[in-house]
Design a protein around this ligand. Structure first.
Ligand SMILES: Cc1cc2nc3c(=O)[nH]c(=O)nc-3n(C[C@H](O)[C@H](O)[C@H](O)COP(=O)(O)OP(=O)(O)OC[C@H]3O[C@@H](n4cnc5c(N)ncnc54)[C@H](O)[C@@H]3O)c2cc1C
Length: 395
């Protein structure tokens, strides 16, 4: 019997397993993929996420992997240009955008070093339950056999299409329509610049990652997914050329970029977070459009909160259930505002009022710093867009 079994071993699963093992618990992770491996992502870990990696003692390994620190930010809309830096978050100035085989690999290595039993190529296919309480899992081994393992608490960290959510019947607590789709590729020669670009119906980002490459992503309204898909390389590059002035000469067979990745399934939801003997963490519990690049940092925040709120109560099932309820309330309070903000950005609806506001912000370096701190998740949106700022900018 393990204290905890975690299903899914990437940024949510590996980080929660690491913290549980460091708290002295016995932990088994079951991960379907062969690890370390890449997964769909534009990689950005904002300052609050990087600060947690630093707290856990693993940020140095990410930095040592050759991933460039992101210290300056840019934002362009038409003729408006913001240039500056976010304020440090708990002393953490740099953001990073590590490839997921690196980031997830660093977390898996740290988890194993802390005593976690990590089994990859192991796919969970069902749950063990007794009197309505989950107490273990059934899973397929790499050689095709079927095994079971038991635990006090099952953590479903198995992503947006969570099997644990399906097996437990976790209901959707709230759900919003899908708003965007995104196309991205890795480009050479953009010199570690981090910059975001907005235009009516479009949003783009340059995010520096390993090997001198940058992720260049273009967001389109969800309604255009099928149209873009029919001629994706041409439409992607045309939009890159229109949105990013330095890439205005880009062509379809440009050798600066490689394979094009397309993601249409950008769901927005919160699921029921826990039940008797189980809890969902990371994208399994809450998923939102990737346009604000918050999923990884939010998964870390959930793991950290789980460690302080739930782990100490694990020995007693009654206290554990109460702690899981508290945990759900707390993480909901932490994440609901950034969820609302993400939906608002994902509407890709550039209004005249927003342009006036950005023009006002661009003229004041202190406001520019605040703006980038909001983008990083280090300052609540509501604190920045005060009645005073809106009155000054819009009157
Ligand atoms: C296009 C795109 C770009 C993004 N860009 C960013 C970004 O720049 N910054 C950011 O912060 N976030 C970004 N995100 C969001 C981010 O990728 C997710 O929020 C993050 O990966 C969630 O981590 P997770 O561990 O919860 O789930 P996942 O990373 O999805 O990991 C879940 C794991 O569970 C495993 N699994 C699933 N089912 C089973 C099973 N039955 N048995 C065993 N294992 C199983 C899977 O193999 C997988 O490895 C992006 C997302 C998309 C789609």
């Amino acid at each position: 019997m393990y204290d905890i079994i975690v299903v899914g071993g990437r940024c949510a699963g590996a980080s929660v397993a690491l913290l549980a093992a460091r708290a002295g618990l016995s932990v088994l992770v079951l991960e379907r993929a062969a690890m370390p491996s890449d997964t769909v992502s534009t990689h950005l870990v904002h300052q609050p996420g990087a600060a947690l990696l630093a707290d856990w003692g693993v940020l140095d390994a990410v930095a040592a992997s050759g991933c460039p620190p992101i210290l300056r930010s840019g934002y362009r809309v038409g003729d408006i240009r913001l240039e500056g830096s976010a304020r440090p978050f708990k002393g953490q100035q740099a953001a990073y955008a590590p490839r997921r085989n690196v980031l997830d690999g660093v977390l898996v290595d740290a988890a194993i070093a802390a005593g976690v039993e990590y089994r990859d190529q192991a796919t969970v296919t069902g749950l063990l339950t007794e009197d309505g309480r989950v107490h273990g899992v059934r899973f397929r081994t790499p050689k095709g056999g079927v095994q079971t393992e038991e635990c006090r608490l099952l953590v479903g960290a198995d992503g947006m299409r969570s099997s644990v959510a399906r097996f437990t019947g976790a209901a959707m607590a709230s759900e919003d329509p899908t708003l965007t789709c995104v196309y991205y590729s890795y480009w050479a020669g953009l010199h570690d610049r981090f910059e975001l670009f907005e235009a009516p119906g479009r949003f783009a980002g340059l995010v520096p990652t390993h090997d001198g490459r940058s992720v260049v992503s273009v967001y389109f309204p969800q309604s255009e997914f099928e149209t873009v898909r029919r001629d994706s390389r041409r439409i992607y590059v045309e939009n890159v050329a229109q949105l990013v002035p330095e890439l205005a000469d880009a062509t379809v067979d440009d050798e600066r970029f490689g394979k094009l990745y397309a993601i249409g399934d950008q769901r927005n939801f919160f699921r029921q977070g826990h039940g008797a003997g189980w809890v969902l963490i990371g994208d399994a519990w809450h998923h939102k459009d990737s346009i604000t690049a918050r999923g990884i940092s939010d998964a870390f925040l959930q793991s950290d909160l789980f460690a302080s709120t739930v782990l100490p109560k694990l020995p007693d099932p009654v206290e554990l259930d109460a702690a899981l309820a508290t945990y759900d309330v707390l993480r909901g309070q932490e994440l609901v505002e950034s969820y609302r903000n993400t939906l608002s950005v994902a509407k890709l609806d550039l209004q005249e009022e927003r342009l006036r506001l950005l023009r006002h912000v661009a003229a004041d370096p202190a406001l520019v710093q605040d703006y980038f701190t909001v983008v990083s998740g280090g300052l609540p949106v509501g604190e920045f867009y005060s009645a005073e700022l809106l009155a000054e900018a819009l009157n």
